[in-house]
Design a protein around this ligand. Sequence first.
Ligand SMILES: NC(=O)c1ccc[n+]([C@@H]2O[C@H](COP(=O)([O-])OP(=O)(O)OC[C@H]3O[C@@H](n4cnc5c(N)ncnc54)[C@H](O)[C@@H]3O)[C@@H](O)[C@H]2O)c1
Length: 273
Amino acid sequence: MSDDHPRDRWGAGYIGSHAVLEVLQAGHRVVVLDNLCNGSLLALHRVEALTGQAVTFVQGDVRDRALLDALFAKHAISSVVHFAGLKAVGESIDKPLAYYESNVYGTLVLCQAMAAAGVYRLVFSSSATVYGVEAPVPYVETLPRGTTSNPYVSSKAMVETMLEDLQAADPRWSMVLLRYFNPIGAHPSGVIGEDPQGIPNNLMPYISQVAVGRQAELEAVAGGGKRHSPVKTCQSRGHSRHPHSRRERAGGHENRQPGASRRHHDLSLRHAD
Ligand SMILES: NC(=O)c1ccc[n+]([C@@H]2O[C@H](COP(=O)([O-])OP(=O)(O)OC[C@H]3O[C@@H](n4cnc5c(N)ncnc54)[C@H](O)[C@@H]3O)[C@@H](O)[C@H]2O)c1
């Protein structure tokens, strides 16, 4: 395996599976690490069918330092896109330690393993919720992080701070913090999309499950607006472009908000394509 064919690490979850597809189609190779607590091997098999290319998959946990060391030793990994984590706001309020362990400690272990392996390019899946409840809409990338409202958001803000500190201490690090808000949609083929385990925590998969009969009904609360970035594949393309567009550049970190920042009311999602 040579650096002419560097491998990147992506995911088997909703956004990760779309990103794997995009990066394979862009001619790169991929190693996926996922503990499958909310991901699906079926999604990766479908990505393989869509692209005609094999995906190297390892079932394991991002907090497992020995496993990460073995992965970096075995594969010529040039950059990492980090999707692995827990993402349910309500659950994070009930189980804050689980969220800090998975999201904050998991990223810390990943960074330690990357540095030990000499891999310094990282794209982190953050969230636009780090702008805080007081931030004006539409969000722009120059907004500061605001007041966090739950442990999930706090975990993302903590990781952002940790990564900024790390990059400031060692300019070899090149980091992108991708902040998105409730991405929705699916690949145009329709064979991969968002299919969370259990009861969906986000609105669009809930609507989809009502449509196919997996949930009985959706209760719509008048005036309850949410912001959604409309096109999933665009976001995944954002992921697939970022690490490579920065390949020639030395160090630094940047904040990115893939997709549009238009505001969509909950009811408007019923009419989404
Ligand atoms: N989907 C959204 O609305 C949204 C919005 C903003 C940010 N994000 C962030 O983007 C990332 C991906 O989101 P998604 O919607 O694809 O979620 P997802 O749950 O579909 O994907 C996350 C994947 O990470 C895996 N995972 C979780 N903990 C792990 C661990 N400790 N070790 C290894 N694998 C682990 C899960 O099995 C799953 O496949 C998450 O970090 C999430 O916080 C998502």
